[in-house]
Write a protein that binds this ligand. Structure first.
Ligand code: NDP
Length: 309
């Protein structure tokens, strides 16, 4: 019973391949890559990347937005998605796996001083610390942060995890709320940011947080660029309070040539590749959410607009 399903793909990144995927998953569904093709009839489902302003609001009869991204702050911008229209985030085990790879890669590289050895041209034996003697704090205990914290704890790091609700993560110590953030980051050797961007989390990675960490610590951020006060990070690196950083997300993407973050020797820049959307699995997950919606079943990853994620 998928014949009368109508879907618009509002994505600039290879919409034709996504459309083919939906045609395979939902045989008979009408899948459009251009709003003009859909005519005046209702299109209840919109698969959204980061469409231009006004695109979604102009779709007649839209009921459910299926985000191609885990972060949906752009879909909550005023006027982007009409009130009453549901938004489903993308939560995909393949994406979680990619994020875990990136976080473990940068944390372990820092932990074992690989960034320093790479620059060495003579035999320099640095003091090497065991993982059990490092405190690593993960900000966010959701689909991504929860998995990363669990893996860090399994490796042996003393792991702390901070969330809004204080969600439990196996092997890690959980913290909640503003006071919990202070406790979670005080004395931390490394902080890994996997928060969603909301008014509460914007500019959270700032001088105060860096100042609470152990001297010479490590900051990794793969949440959103707006979480980081870049000038504070550069100052903390220059003072030695922070020893190194790995950044995957930026206020302006692509990060402009000449930006000071490129040039700083203590910063590893990766071009928003920590956990790219995997089209094949993403389409299967979104198609299942369309089936759920048609049956009237709840969508597990439904965005709570009041919470902002
Ligand atoms: P989830 O919604 O599953 O998890 C979000 C976590 O953040 C939850 O634990 C939540 O707390 C916590 N949180 C939210 N607001 C606050 C707050 N004000 N104070 C404390 N904790 C808070 O999101 P995901 O794990 O799926 O994704 C997280 C983010 O990662 C995305 O929003 C996106 O920005 C980024 N991302 C980056 C990618 C990349 O390639 N760089 C790829 C994919 C995602 P609680 O558990 O209590 O709800």
């Amino acid at each position: 019973m998928t014949q009368d399903i109508r879907i618009l793909i509002a994505s600039k990144g290879n919409p034709q391949a996504l459309a083919e995927g939906f045609r395979t998953e939902l045989p008979g569904a009408a899948v459009f890559t251009d709003p003009a093709e859909a005519g005046a009839g209702p299109v209840p489902y919109v698969v959204a990347g980061k469409p231009d302003p006004g695109v979604i609001a102009a779709v007649p009869g839209v009921e459910l937005i299926l985000s191609l991204n885990a972060g949906i702050e752009h879909l909550l911008a005023p006027g982007a998605v009409p009130e009453g229209v549901e938004i489903a985030r993308l939560v995909d085990p393949a994406m979680t796996e990619g994020m875990a790879d990136w976080c473990l890669a940068v944390v372990l590289a820092w932990h074992r001083n690989l960034h320093l050895y790479r620059a060495d041209t003579e035999w320099t034996r640095r003091s090497e610390v065991l993982s059990r003697d490092r405190v690593v704090t993960v900000l966010g205990a959701g689909a991504l942060g929860g998995r990363v914290a669990r893996l860090l704890a399994q490796i042996g790091f003393e792991t702390r995890v901070w969330s809004r609700s204080g969600r439990a993560v196996e092997g890690a110590q959980s913290f909640a709320g503003p006071e919990g953030l202070v406790r979670a980051t005080t004395g931390a050797d490394a902080v890994v940011n996997l928060l969603p961007l909301t008014p509460e989390t914007e500019n959270l990675l700032d001088a105060a947080l860096f100042g609470r960490m152990a001297r010479g610590g490590f900051v990794a951020s793969a949440g959103r660029g707006q979480h980081l006060v870049e000038a504070d990070l550069l100052a903390a690196l220059d003072s030695g309070q922070i020893g190194a950083a790995a950044l995957d997300v930026f206020r302006a993407e692509p990060l402009p040539p000449g930006d000071p973050l490129w040039a700083h020797p203590g910063i590893l820049v990766t071009p928003h590749v920590a956990a790219p959307t995997q089209a094949g699995s993403a389409v299967r997950i979104m198609a299942e959410n369309i089936r759920r919606h048609r049956r009237g079943d709840p969508i597990p990853e439904r965005v709570d607009r009041a919470r902002g994620y």
